[in-house]
Design a protein around this ligand. Structure first.
Ligand SMILES: Cc1ncc(COP(=O)(O)O)c(C=O)c1O
Length: 490
């Protein structure tokens, strides 16, 4: 200890605690915060979906590090005035960009309760870990995985996909890869996914040390499903060249148009070829809860691992990503790392091994399981499944309206809950790009864009449980209105 520290006067009063002097003060403000956030969700339609951030508001968040205390009322006022109005907008039913869940008031309350407990779910023997284990067990049953399966909450599917690549790597090369690194054997490993797969899989191969070139992005059919014959041929070619195929990543709901690969055929191929079969089910995997979609996910039950997000179609507030691995030993072999300060016991707070820190890179972890537990218990899987089914029916409604409107063109078959279309125009890519920005800035809706065969699409991903036909009508009316303005201006 330094001399200065040794000689610092010890406060005998609890004056340095961060607790309030008067708990009733924070109680009344806390109740107001809660009321306001419940109103925020209840009255969300009165707000613009999104609005641009004025420069002076942005500048407020370039402030100096606060050295002195500030009244909580004042900090909260900054939140209501400068943060709430400029949030992403995905609570709003008009938000259809990317793949964003809408959240629920139940999830919000659960998040507050989790923060109150301030539990660290890296490990140890406490009931929050049992709540996470409960979700693992429910998810295992949802997907028909064996008893031996393991699961863990992570930030999102990007992280879950990366972890799955690492589990597949350890399985292919043995545990020693964790000491020796990829070395010469690792340099021969090749993985396979489709051209329509999410970019985080390429990123995972890069981060895992294989390099993105070791990922073969296979052609897709007209519906954006992986071409299994081309996949087979590429695996054979690579084997012929002395390489070691080790992993296939199938998609259950591609990000662009919602295609589901033929998971059953992929699982058979992986079994024949001795490859790890991982499924990126970021949003689509929870389609298993919808009786109409579940048959299309056949084969998912044979996967070696599944990545999914409860924060997308599951409507749990961010973040609540999840990785499930069929063989929990493989999962633990990849991440468990004994340390003296994490010694396990059979009694006391250090009991209850194995711990979540044995299943992933994180040691300190929050209680994402609680908001998921509240969501699953409060709504039940039937209702959540019905929400998923309905978002697909709404996509069908939007598709029908687009097909009936000569000024619009559908750019991809609607397979799930994603609709890609454009306003017909010369210079259509430029015009449609502008239309999307115009709509976002109008606050009417928030679609996003993607490129399909070089054509810029307006992309509406209907994920939010609040979205209704009125919101889709408003989106189309805005596309037609801004389309007319933009083509007149051209
Ligand atoms: C198919 C697919 N995979 C992976 C991801 C990445 O998930 P996350 O944003 O939770 O990391 C997404 C995100 O939309 C996705 O749609």
């Amino acid at each position: 200890m330094t001399r200065a520290l040794r000689e610092a006067p010890l406060q005998t009063e609890p004056s340095e605690t961060l607790d309030p002097k008067n708990w009733d003060d924070i109680r009344s403000l806390g109740h107001r915060m809660l009321d306001n956030m419940i109103d925020y969700a209840a009255d969300i339609r009165d707000r613009p979906v999104w609005q641009p951030i004025p420069e002076e508001v942005r500048a407020r968040f370039r402030a100096e590090l606060p050295r002195k205390p500030c009244d909580l009322d004042e900090v909260y006022r900054e939140f209501t005035d400068f943060i709430v109005p400029y949030a992403t907008g995905n609570v709003h039913p008009g938000f259809m960009g990317w793949v964003h869940g809408g959240g629920t008031a139940v999830g919000m309350l659960a998040e507050m309760l989790a923060a109150g407990l301030n539990a660290n779910l890296g490990g140890r023997d406490h009931i929050p870990i049992e709540v996470e284990r409960q979700i693992v067990e429910w998810t295992r049953r949802m997907f028909g995985f064996p008893d031996k399966a393991s699961g863990i909450f992570v930030t999102g599917t990007s992280m879950a996909n990366l972890m799955a690549v690492l589990v597949a790597r350890t399985t292919a090369l043995g545990r020693s890869v964790r000491q020796r690194g990829l070395s010469d054997d690792g340099a021969l490993l090749t993985a396979y996914t489709s051209k329509a797969a999410h970019g985080c899989i390429t990123k995972a191969m890069d981060i895992a040390g294989f390099g993105s070139d070791a990922l073969r992005c296979i052609e897709v059919d007209r519906s954006h499903r992986i071409d299994v014959a081309a996949l087979r041929a590429r695996i054979a070619l690579d084997r012929g060249a002395g390489l070691r195929p080790f992993l296939v990543v199938g998609s259950a709901g591609t990000v662009d148009i919602g295609a589901i690969d033929d998971l059953r055929t992929l699982s058979s191929l992986c079994r024949e070829e001795g490859l790890w079969f991982h499924v990126d089910g970021a949003y689509g995997a929870l389609g298993i809860l919808s009786p109409t979609l579940a048959p299309r996910l056949a084969g998912l039950e044979n996967a070696d691992s599944i990545a999914l997000d409860f924060h997308k179609w599951g409507q749990v507030p961010y973040d609540a990503g999840f990785l499930m691995v069929r063989d929990g030993d493989r999962h633990r072999d990849t991440f468990s790392a004994p340390a003296a300060y994490l010694r396990r016991e059979t009694r006391g707070l250090s009991a209850g091994s194995s711990w979540p820190c044995d299943l992933g890179p994180d040691l300190s972890r929050g209680f994402s399981a609680l908001k998921t537990w509240f969501t699953l218990k409060t709504y039940g899987t039937e209702k959540l499944g019905a929400v998923i089914t309905r978002t697909c029916a709404l996509a069908g409604y939007l598709e029908a309206r687009i097909l009936a409107e000569p000024r619009l063109e559908l750019l991809a078959p609607v397979q799930l809950n994603i609709v890609c279309f454009r306003y017909r125009a010369d210079d259509a890519n430029r015009v449609n790009g502008k239309i999307v920005i115009d709509i976002q800035e109008s606050g009417i809706a928030a679609p996003s864009t993607t490129l399909l065969d070089g054509r810029l699409a307006i992309r509406a991903a209907i994920v939010n449980h609040r979205t209704d036909t009125d919101d889709l009508d408003a989106l189309l009316a805005a596309v037609l209105r801004f389309g007319a303005v933009r083509t007149r201006a051209a």
